[in-house]
Design a protein around this ligand. Structure first.
Ligand SMILES: Nc1ncnc2c1ncn2[C@@H]1O[C@H](COP(=O)(O)OP(=O)(O)OP(=O)(O)O)[C@@H](O)[C@H]1O
Ligand SMILES: [Mg+2]
Length: 320
């Protein structure tokens, strides 16, 4: 069967700046697929092209078989959207917002009423339905936005940073609703996030995106495994010296070395028992080790491995 979302060489330029750079990927029916990347990576721009509100500069994409450029209306009939920036009317109640949305989509009164009670139930919002949105917590407001995106029985739900700005409890609660929507309603979900734990917990597969390019795509588990069995992160003063790095490369139990400025990333077997040996070797080469740590690779490590920076360093760089 064809993929529910297919993108091929999707590219968006703003003047000379390439925000999305030849992205190709596919999302299968029923998957939760997430783009994980720092601020400015091109996540929202990619989503906007898929939901037909931004024209690609080049490349193509199809949603449920419909072309995002040539069959916009068909695409729109099959999708629900939660934008990164809140777009719910704060002065209306949650229920009024849902009703208004149903009207825009030409749902008759009876259909609207029954669908509103369904989506309110799915997101556990019945006791907040008559509260003006501005008086609801951030987590509840976001849930109303998901409920709204779900009003029209979409086959694909787009969630651009669904839990941005929420505290950890509200974020976790929303994760459960998203998982349940996916599991119980036969719906494909594509989301973006810059929260590592969110991608790890929610997504069947993740595309790591940085500077407009998808660098790696796989399940969270396989992304972690691709970094190594054990990982030793060794922070060294002044980036070490060539002799030290060369001697590390000669160790047969070191499977791979990546250097990210002062941080050495070593893929090894039996990481715990290698630490003393590494410290000894550094000392013999006059290299001072400021920290060393052995652990099973996390998604954070995979992100560092593929992009050369932690997600936090990436975000700091964007701010400058
Ligand atoms: N309309 C536009 N005109 C010019 N540049 C834009 C426009 N929209 C986005 N960009 C730039 O394209 C890049 C990608 O932006 P985008 O919003 O897709 O990133 P993002 O990954 O969603 O980031 P965030 O995590 O902050 O939401 C950024 O450098 C942004 O400044
Ligand atoms: Mg964004």
């Amino acid at each position: 069967m064809k993929a529910t979302i297919e993108a091929e060489d999707l590219t968006k330029k703003f003047d000379d700046f390439v925000a999305v750079d030849h992205i190709s990927f596919a999302v299968q029916d029923g998957e939760i697929f997430g783009f994980l990347g720092p601020n400015g990576a091109g996540k929202s721009t990619t989503i906007k092209m898929l939901i037909t509100i931004l024209n690609p500069t080049s490349g193509q994409a199809r949603i449920c078989g419909y072309d995002v450029l040539r069959q916009r209306d068909d695409v729109r009939r099959h999708i629900g959207i939660v934008f990164q920036d809140p777009s719910i009317d704060r002065f209306l109640t949650g229920k009024e917002n849902l009703n208004f949305h149903g009207m825009i989509y030409h749902m008759d009164k009876k259909t609207r009423e029954s669908r509103i009670s369904e989506v309110l139930k799915l997101l556990d919002l019945q006791d907040k339905e008559n509260t003006p949105v501005k008086d609801c917590s951030g987590g509840i407001q976001r849930r109303f936005e998901v409920a709204r995106g779900f009003m029209t029985h979409p086959r694909v739900l787009f969630l651009d940073e669904p839990t941005i700005g929420l505290d950890i409890q509200a974020r976790r609660a929303l994760w459960e609703y998203i998982k349940n929507l996916n599991k119980d309603n036969d719906i494909t979900i594509i989301l973006t996030t810059h929260y590592i734990e969110e991608a790890d917990y929610l997504c069947d597969r993740i595309g790591i995106i940085d500077h407009g390019k998808v660098i790696a795509t796989d399940s969270p588990q396989r992304l972690k495994e691709s970094v190594g069995i054990d990982l030793i992160l060794m922070e060294i003063a002044n980036g070490g010296n060539g002799d030290f790095i060369a001697s590390l490369k000669r160790l047969e139990w070191v499977k791979n070395i990546e250097q990210h400025r002062n941080l050495l990333e070593l893929s090894v077997e039996e990481g715990d028992r290698r630490v003393p040996e590494l410290l000894g070797l550094a000392s013999r080469h006059g290299v001072s080790v400021t920290s060393i740590d052995s652990h099973k690779p996390s998604l954070e490590d995979a992100f560092l491995h593929y992009t050369g920076k932690t997600i936090r360093e990436n975000e700091e760089e964007q701010k400058r």
